[in-house]
Design a protein around this ligand. Sequence first.
Ligand code: MN
Ligand code: MN
Length: 282
Amino acid sequence: MSDFGGAIKKSDVFDLAILGVPFDEKSCFLRGAASGPQAIRQASTGKALNPFTELGIDLETEVTIVDLGDVDTSGDVDKTFARLEEAVIKILEKKAVPIILGGDHSITFPILKAFARFFSKLDLLHFDAHPDLYPELYGDRFSHACPFARILEAGLVDRLVQIGIRAATPEQRQIASKFGVTMMEMKDLKNLPSLEFTNPLYISFDLDSLDPAFAPGVAHHEPGGLTTRQVIDLIHELKAQIVGLDVVELNPTRDPSGITAAAAVKIIKEVIGQIVLTKKSG
Ligand code: MN
Ligand code: MN
């Protein structure tokens, strides 16, 4: 079940496509994020919520959203990443917006490889407690702690803005400054910035950007994070043409009340609402 308040339809023609990636083999600490897509879908059933966004967009009638199911994650990691990249390419070929449910954060690198084929200019807004800019972690260059280093090295985006950061290491700060990354750390975030992007924008949302008080269902608890309210306000204030979103790192084994899955659903709804609003205003 994945209906985001009744919004999901069966159609060959669509504006947005949900895609699950039940994958957590690149998690350096706890496994469990592979069950994330299922938990997000469960939290989005029609009886739990209505299809309206806070700003009044009716996701059931104003936009066509489909659920393409999960990427096959059997076999080795290279095969999974190749299938994921292919699945994203298929969505982008239809000029639709992929909404990807993780899975651990390593999936963002193959996703953006697909995007780079379609977007010669692309900006990236990354919500996270961690910069995920390690050259490698425990000998693994494709760990969930490394995707943004790979994305920058490969030149897949023009601009990277990170927000919610509160676990940067000196090494990661150095890499950020080398690539001209805008790293908005929680310690400096006294007021919410209003974010504007000139190129098409991809949003990568690690649920641990939220404070663990609001989103305990993640592997790495890093107190001192964003409130769910702050994130929704940031989304509403965002001036950008959003062309893709991933919501990653939901670990249902640490989310007994389901509040983190509910936050994921809420964020997805409001981002979709923002996409519709931007289209409407031309
Ligand atoms: Mn993180
Ligand atoms: Mn991350």
